[in-house]
Ligand binder design. Structure first.
Ligand code: PMP
Length: 393
């Protein structure tokens, strides 16, 4: 048979209709809304992945991320992929088959890191905390002594439970036990004070679609000297080409050599990330941090005035970017989220993992961290609960 005799399967009729993307205020755990400036940047003409103008965009991103992370690490760039890609890149480069990897589990993301490490053939150990609690230095030291891991995963922003993990002292502690500290800041970078170099953390990654308010699809990452040394001393090859440290560091101009093609960067997503970082630099980290804190305080007050409770009792350990509000007895949490979406086009979401069914998660991130939005979401939540209690939908 020749191709001429094949019959064509017709395209979907749905595809021939106009795309339908209604405006929504995204106040769940992410993504958050992007500004017009960021969206406009993503619609700029496509450039080649090694064109000098695009290399300049990459250099700007590196500088913007060094500012966001507060680091001088030369190997700081963005992975092409979402937060999970940042996570995979971190773990794949650091862990070798059979090595002990410890995950500090206090919600879904600690479990996810353990899962990824297991897939890489690591000897995975977990230390755990109940929902709503953080790890102390003593907890971590106990784990380091018992398991002697070569790497530890610690989530700064456990968005599944609304927890902000204190990081002071964790870096030097891990150094003392010769363990690489990997910190996940996907839901916190830009939203809370973070000083990577001062904290002496080895490897940190994040995501573009949360506080940075860029579209999903790029994952900031930074490698400190101890992480780089561990990677350079690997006995086995990194089991991924796409996430391989050396290829990526070269493409991002972080080594001596001329930049070589590694993969085609998602060019337009990088423009968007560049603009979101430019906005962060213009407003300044202090203002960003303060705005998130003020909005979260306003939210706590509104929640308490409604007679509701926050999941995390200790205010200092609440993540201002993703706030967990306890669902009161007998209230259908899902029906409330449906009400808030259908009446106000605002997204709030339910829990995830151990917090599922127990909390609502209300995001206050980047563009969306404004007092007006806090007032809007509180009004919508109150009305939603009243309506659902009264038997409405
Ligand atoms: N880590 C944390 C703390 C997160 O909040 C998320 C996303 N909710 C991820 C990792 C995964 O990121 P993504 O969904 O962008 O892959």
């Amino acid at each position: 048979r020749t191709m001429a005799t094949y019959s064509i399967t017709p395209p979907s009729q749905e595809l021939l209709k106009p795309i339908h993307v209604p405006p929504k205020t995204l106040m769940g755990p992410g993504p958050s809304n992007a500004s017009d400036r960021v969206l406009k940047a993503s619609a700029l003409p496509i450039l080649g992945h090694l064109h000098p103008e695009f290399c300049k965009v990459m250099d700007d991103i590196k500088a913007g991320l060094q500012y966001a992370f507060q680091t001088k690490n030369p190997v700081t760039f963005a992975i092409s992929g979402t937060g999970h890609a940042g996570m995979e890149a971190a773990l794949m480069n650091i862990i070798e088959r059979g090595e002990v990897f410890m995950s500090a589990v206090k919600g879904l993301w600690g479990e996810r890191a353990a899962d990824l490490a297991d897939r890489l053939g690591a000897d995975v150990r977990r230390i755990s905390k109940p929902l709503g609690e953080v790890f102390s230095l003593d907890d971590i030291e106990k784990g380091l002594k018992e398991h002697k891991p070569s790497a530890l995963y610690l989530c700064h922003s456990e968005s599944s439970s609304g927890i902000l993990q204190p990081l002071e002292g964790m870096g030097p502690l891990c150094k003392k036990y010769n363990c690489i500290l990997i910190v996940d800041t996907v839901a916190s970078l830009g939203g809370v004070p973070f000083f990577l170099d001062e904290l002496d953390i080895d490897l940190v990654y994040s995501g573009s679609q949360k506080v940075l308010s860029a579209p999903p699809g790029t994952a900031p990452i930074t490698f400190g000297p101890r992480a780089i040394e561990k990677i350079k001393n690997r006995k086995t090859r990194v089991p991924s080409f796409y996430f391989d440290f050396e290829g990526l560091a070269n493409y991002w101009g972080c080594d001596e050599g001329p930049r070589r093609y590694h993969h085609t960067a998602p060019i337009n997503s990088m423009y968007a990330l560049r603009e979101s970082l430019a906005f962060l630099a213009e407003e300044g980290l202090e203002k960003f941090w303060a705005r998130h804190k003020e909005c979260a305080e306003l939210l706590y007050k509104g929640v308490e005035d409604m007679g509701l409770k926050m999941l995390v009792p200790n205010k200092d350990c609440r993540l201002p970017c993703v706030n967990t509000v306890c669902v009161p007895e007998g209230v259908d949490w899902k029906a409330v989220t449906v009400y808030v979406m259908s009446k106000y086009s605002i997204e709030i979401s339910g829990g995830l993992g151990a917090s599922a069914g127990k909390v609502w998660r209300i995001g206050l991130m980047g563009e969306n961290a404004t007092k007006e939005n806090v007032e809007r979401v509180l009004k919508a939540l109150k009305e939603g609960i009243e309506s659902v209690k009264a038997g409405g939908k």
